[in-house]
Ligand binder design. Sequence first.
Ligand code: 2AM
Ligand code: CA
Ligand code: CA
Ligand code: CA
Length: 263
Amino acid sequence: MTNWKDIDQKAKQWVKEAGEKIRSSFESTLSIQYKSNPNDLVTNMDKEIEQFLIGKIQETYPEHRILGEEGYGDEVTSLDGVLWIIDPIDGTMNFVHQQRNFAISVGIYGDGIGYIGLIYDVVHNELYHAFKGEGAFMNDLPLPKLDKVKIEEAIVSVNATWLLENPRIDHNLMIPIVKKVRGTRSYGSAALECAYVASGRLDAYMTMRLAPWDFAAGLVLIEEVGGSMSTITGEKLDLLTKNSFFVGEKNLHNYILSEYLNK
Ligand code: 2AM
Ligand code: CA
Ligand code: CA
Ligand code: CA
């Protein structure tokens, strides 16, 4: 039997320790490299934090598998068993340019079911946390279930890229949404944007391309506050591939899908 409470306690502790490492790193010079293109950044801290977390997991739970953005984990092709899905720094561009608006994201799944979600906003010392069936929290503060929200009163997070002509979505579908909502925001960290939806700071978040480590923890949080999650066309999200991504308060999510995206 998997002891999820034990895993939860340890995961929280390790994520906090990782956060402390990131805070200390602000005093030293970062080493920055490009990945797929000059805007796709990775730093020594992304790699160090992933290696730190993986070291702790492997030492304590050698039978668990790990999927991490920077590739120090396992080659994961199925959701069987206990799987840790880790983004050591989500929002690396913000980490480099702003030293804020980034988070450590850890989602822990059992046979494809999300049990634990941890999103740690290191700079604000805000740990968003969810445990399957027990609700979601920001530090010790329980997050209430999401209240119904009308599109005219919604704050929706969307990156301006998707309003320009782009290969992933017909931008003509996006423009009426932006016109109708009360306001739009874009934070540049998918994990934080999920945490903000879970805590009601945002009512929805949509983007055209995320990897599992960007949203694995966020889904557990959103599930626990009764939010909805899908691809941009309303399909189920896949934890092993890149997806378009749309989460939000249930009614709003339904409404935007049926009236705007799937018309
Ligand atoms: P990262 O900082 O961990 O790379 C920025 O809008 C958000 O999208 C961040 O959560 C960022 O995660 C993620 N992101 C950046 N480049 C991406 C890519 N090529 N594919 C999927 N997600 C990406
Ligand atoms: Ca990245
Ligand atoms: Ca990410
Ligand atoms: Ca990352």
